[in-house]
Design a protein around this ligand. Structure first.
Ligand SMILES: O=C[C@H](O)COP(=O)(O)O
Length: 261
C-alpha cells in the first residue's frame, strides 16, 4: 500500500499572527515555484493557537496547498476550563490535524498516556486527525528499552480507538533526546521503532489498519537528512520543529527527493 507522506512543521511557541502571515506566504511562494500542488505530499503547518485564524484565512483565501494543524487540544468538551481550547473550536476554524501528547506537553504539563488518549478521541470525534506523539528519553534509550517503552505509549494512547480510527491517524515517533538538539536518530534507529509501531498496530488491530497508518519521525529533521530518513519503509513523514521556522528550509523538506530504495 502507498501511504501519502506527511510533513508537518510544528512552530511551537514561535511567531505571532503577523509573523505567521509572512512565514506562510514565503512557504507558499517557495512551494509554488516548484509547482507543488499537495498531491504527492501533505504539507502541514502547526502554528500557535493565536495564529490559527490568520493562517486559515490565508490558506483558504489563496487556495494554498497547505493544511492547518493545532499543537494541542483540551481533553474536555466545554465549560469552566480556563485557558483551554476545545476540539469543536479547532474544527470550526478548519483545523485538520491536531498534535497530541508532544513530549513537551508530557514533560512540562505532566500529560499521561491516558490524557493523550482522551485528547486523541476528542480530535477524532470532532472530525479531525490526531498526530499522536510517542518516543523515549535518553535514559530509556541508554538502557536499551526504547522499543518496549514506545510501544507501551502506543498501546496507552490508542486504547479504545477503533481500527477505522487508527487507520486514519498519524503517529509521530520522536525520540526526546533528538528534539532540538541537532542529534538526529539514524535512519536505522527511526526504522527500528517505526517498524515496531506498525507491527504492534497489526497485532492490536489487523494488517490493513497497520498498513494504512502513517508514522512520522521527528527530531532534528532538516533538508539535508530528510531523504535518508524517508527512504525507510515504515517512515511516512516528519514532524519538524526548528527547521520549520525557515520557510525555504521547510519547503525543501516538503519537496525532498526520493532516493532509490
Ligand atoms: O515537533 C517537533 C519536534 O519536537 C522536533 O523538533 P526539532 O525538529 O526542532 O528537533
Amino acid at each position: 500500500m502507498t501511504r501519502k507522506p506527511i510533513m508537518a512543521g510544528n512552530w511551537k511557541m514561535n511567531l505571532d499572527h503577523v509573523e505567521a502571515t509572512g512565514m506562510v506566504q514565503k512557504l507558499a511562494w517557495t512551494l509554488a515555484d516548484k509547482e507543488f500542488d499537495g498531491s504527492t505530499v501533505d504539507c502541514v503547518v502547526v502554528p500557535p493557537f493565536t495564529d490559527l485564524r490568520t493562517v486559515q484565512t490565508l490558506i483558504d483565501g489563496e487556495r494554498m496547498p497547505i493544511t492547518l494543524a493545532a499543537q494541542d487540544v483540551s481533553e474536555h468538551d466545554s465549560g469552566a476550563y480556563t485557558g483551554e481550547v476545545s476540539a469543536a473550536m479547532l474544527a470550526k476554524l478548519r483545523v485538520k490535524y491536531v498534535v497530541v501528547g508532544h513530549s513537551e506537553r508530557r514533560q512540562f504539563h505532566a500529560e499521561t498516556d491516558e490524557v493523550v488518549n482522551t485528547k486523541a478521541a476528542k480530535v477524532l470525534a470532532a472530525g479531525m486527525t490526531p498526530i499522536i506523539c510517542v518516543g523515549e528519553g535518553l535514559d530509556i534509550r541508554k538502557e536499551g528499552r526504547h522499543v518496549e517503552y514506545t510501544l507501551n505509549q502506543v498501546r496507552g494512547t490508542l486504547a479504545g480507538l477503533t481500527a477505522e480510527q487508527v487507520a486514519s491517524l498519524v503517529i509521530a515517533y520522536e525520540p526526546v533526546w533528538a528534539i532540538g538538539t541537532g542529534e538526529v536518530a539514524t535512519p536505522e534507529d527511526a526504522q527500528e521503532v517505526c517498524g515496531a509501531i506498525r507491527k504492534e498496530v497489526a497485532d492490536l488491530y489487523d494488517d490493513a489498519t497497520a498498513e494504512a497508518l502513517r508514522i512520522q519521525y521527528g527530531g532534528s529533521v532538516k533538508s539535508g537528512n530528510v531523504a535518508q530518513i524517508m527512504n525507510k519503509p515504515d517512515v511516512d513523514g516528519a514532524l519538524v520543529g526548528g527547521a520549520s521556522l525557515q520557510p525555504e528550509e521547510f519547503a525543501a523538506i516538503v519537496l525532498y527527493q526520493k532516493l532509490p530504495v
